[in-house]
Write a new protein. Sequence first.
Length: 249
Amino acid sequence: MMGEDKGLRAARHGLQYLLTRTGLLTSNVVESGGFIDTAGSGRPDVQIHVTPALVSAEERKSMGRHGVSINPCVLRPTSRGKISLRSGDAADRVVFEANNLTTTEDVQTLVRGLKASRRILRAPSMRELGFTELAPSKDDMVTDDALERYARDAVKTVYHPSGTCKMGKDRMAVVDPELRVIGLERLRVADASIMPTVVSGNTNAPCVMIGERCADFILGLEQAAGQAVTTTRSTTAPQERLSLSQPVR
Ligand SMILES: Cc1cc2nc3c(=O)[nH]c(=O)nc-3n(C[C@H](O)[C@H](O)[C@H](O)COP(=O)(O)OP(=O)(O)OC[C@H]3O[C@@H](n4cnc5c(N)ncnc54)[C@H](O)[C@@H]3O)c2cc1C
């Protein structure tokens, strides 16, 4: 994929897409993915996004080679982020602290996700394609400590911040089960911020569902049971993910 977005090549891909609706531009780049139960708990705890391109540790910086990346992502992080006011001025930007990988559990899950991803890339069928690993290591055997160091160095968000004003009935809830802001009249919140915990996957479709349910609540077409109590803010940290990259020889 490298260089295909530049010059004549880019023009050719654009033309091919316009004329035949085929070719490189029909790709969504994240060509495949999956969910893995790395802890053996019977429920996936890691999602992988696989791209036919090298995704470097540093956001958007090209690694300058062709290759494949597997990005393991912690599905239900236990680390908690925080949003707070910077000042009394409503126009001032809020302070956003992601606090990624602040719990041992999240780090261990990510390390297991890395191991699973490395196993996939070392499968005989992948070996036949002539892969060598660029990161985290060319070696077959890598210690957990080294994987953790890599995880901490390469981790980034997968853009699913949520839960800054969670729905619920407990003292941390900001909106009630019908998404009304507790303690205020005629105000509801309907977006990713009301998720009590981040969903186990991508967040866009759940956000659409939240919006549609809120519309039904307002129209009186649907009711959620329960009554909320107090209003203290909590946050769910964005999901963490990192890159595991291999070039095609
Ligand atoms: C780069 C990126 C890639 C992503 N990829 C995926 C993906 O592949 N799959 C997936 O499922 N999810 C993906 N997500 C996550 C998904 O897009 C979000 O979880 C989802 O859009 C959140 O919906 P929302 O309604 O909570 O917020 P938003 O979609 O952010 O909507 C908030 C809206 O409020 C508007 N707004 C803000 N301030 C004001 C104001 N003061 N007055 C009026 N309007 C205002 C904004 O313009 C915006 O339209 C991605 C997110 C990002 C950033």
